[in-house]
Design a protein around this ligand. Structure first.
Ligand code: SAH
Ligand code: TYD
Length: 406
């Protein structure tokens, strides 16, 4: 892909440049350092589609495979969030008497298990085989494939059309988005709805949370860009509901044109986005300047802690941390190790900067007084869990909404 908008086909303007980056979830063993994959991570914007996007993205098969490192069920808060999402769907007016629910990118089944446990007809589509196996083990019927228009045709032939097509933190990962949108428009019954949520461009700009940008996130959506994209397939936005998850997300509900009343939130957020400048390229040039400012402040803080003899550790080896570490050039003299709860990451090294990933169990022996909260989006859950660390004089470091230690 060259500098062409994946949605409108018009030229993209380069707005943010992160330089050479590894895979966000490319945790690796020492013997693989020499063959590590890197790509040039630059972002572009197009004022016609209003879509903020990566200019180049690694091939999906390089990112999503049988050793995928992200398991959704590592967060208890997200389990509750997806239970609430499930409840909002079953209590909605969108379902028929015998509804069929399809989820795009169901991962280890964190959301669909709620439908499976309550005997709803459902189907998950999940290309990363290891997490799809976990979903199937939980009784979630899952096929392992990359969803697109041709997979949609197969699903319609084998299972029929859906009442509700859902996804969370997946749509923004898929480069061939036109094929996906076309498939969804066919797979939905006349009364069917598409409900999906993803990290919201408005929050990323407001908080300078540039770590939401990494290889997997080819798009950062707004109400404007979602409306533009899906209108090509006669799907219209009928509701917008902001979410606190992943540092600020938006839930989009779409239906075949004219089928449902449009919630006033649609107008409200479209106007708000205009005020925030999410439809204008200058906003994103300005974003680049704020990212540089944030990087410099973070390096100043880490360097001064090092000068004072502090050893800083990282808490949670998120994919977001890959962007911070590599873009800021944070080597293991500034952050010496990262604790994480995911078994597949233990004993490996962080992508690009090669900081060792330790089993979270070892965190209880940690004596250092400063820890970088890489999962800042889960800060409520983590701070509540780690009151002991704080009461013993420990501090957290974050870069969102500004660089600070607290
Ligand atoms: N929904 C989960 C997982 C998000 S991670 C949650 O919110 O926690 C993104 C997931 O999208 C990964 O599991 C990845 O394998 C999946 N994915 C990537 N491309 C896909 C595609 N074309 N079709 C379906 N799933 C896809
Ligand atoms: P998340 O922000 O969802 O990650 P990403 O940036 O990859 O989307 O955080 C998930 C990661 O954080 C996962 O590697 C597990 C780790 N984690 C912990 O180690 N401890 C915790 O308490 C939580 C909530 C997450």
């Amino acid at each position: 892909m060259s500098n062409i908008c994946r949605v409108s086909g018009d030229p993209l303007e380069l707005v943010v440049d992160f330089g050479r980056q590894p895979l966000g979830n490319g945790f690796l063993n020492q013997e693989d350092f020499k063959n590590e994959y890197f790509f040039n991570m630059q972002c572009g914007f197009n004022e016609k589609s209003k879509m903020f996007q990566l200019i180049n993205q690694p091939n999906p098969e390089i990112m999503f495979h049988e050793n995928y490192a992200f398991f959704s069920s590592t967060s208890n808060y997200m389990k509750k969030h997806f239970y609430n999402f499930y409840e909002s769907i079953i209590n909605s007016d969108y379902l028929s008497n015998d509804p069929f629910i399809i989820e795009l990118g169901c991962n280890d089944g964190i959301m669909l298990e709620n439908f499976a446990n309550n005997n709803f007809k459902h189907l998950g589509i999940e290309p990363s085989k290891n997490v799809a196996i976990e979903a199937n083990k939980k009784g979630v019927r899952t096929i392992s494939d990359f969803f697109d228009n041709s997979v949609a045709n197969k699903i319609i032939a084998d299972f029929g059309q859906a009442d509700c097509f859902i996804s969370a933190n997946v749509m923004c990962h898929i480069p061939n988005i036109h094929s996906v949108a076309e498939g969804i428009s066919k797979i939905l019954k006349t009364t069917g709805v598409l409900i999906f949520e993803d990290p919201y461009l408005g929050d990323v700009i407001e908080k300078t949370s540039y770590d939401q940008i990494y290889d997997e996130h080819v798009f950062l959506f707004s109400a404007h860009s979602v409306q533009y994209l899906f209108s090509n397939y006669n799907l219209e936005l009928i509701n917008l509901e902001p979410q606190v998850t992943h540092g600020g997300s938006m839930r989009y509900t779409l239906a075949h044109k004219g089928m449902y009343e449009i919630n006033p939130n649609v107008k409200k957020y479209l106007s708000k986005e205009k005020l925030q400048g999410l439809d204008k390229v200058e906003t994103f040039h300005n974003f680049q300047s704020k990212i540089i400012e944030s990087k410099n402040k973070l390096l100043d803080l880490l360097n001064s802690l090092k000068k004072d003899g502090h050893q800083v550790f990282g808490y949670a080896a998120t994919s977001k941390s890959t962007t911070i570490l590599n873009y800021c050039g944070i080597t293991n003299d500034l952050i010496g190790k990262i604790y994480d709860t995911t078994p597949i990451k233990h004993g490996k090294f962080s992508p690009g900067m090669h900081i060792p990933i330790l089993n979270y169990e070892e965190f209880k022996n940690e004596k250092a007084k400063y820890g970088f909260l890489f999962a800042w989006n889960h800060s409520k859950e983590i701070i509540e869990k780690e009151t002991h660390y704080k009461s013993q004089g420990g501090h957290w470091i974050t870069h969102v909404p500004e660089v600070m230690a607290f």
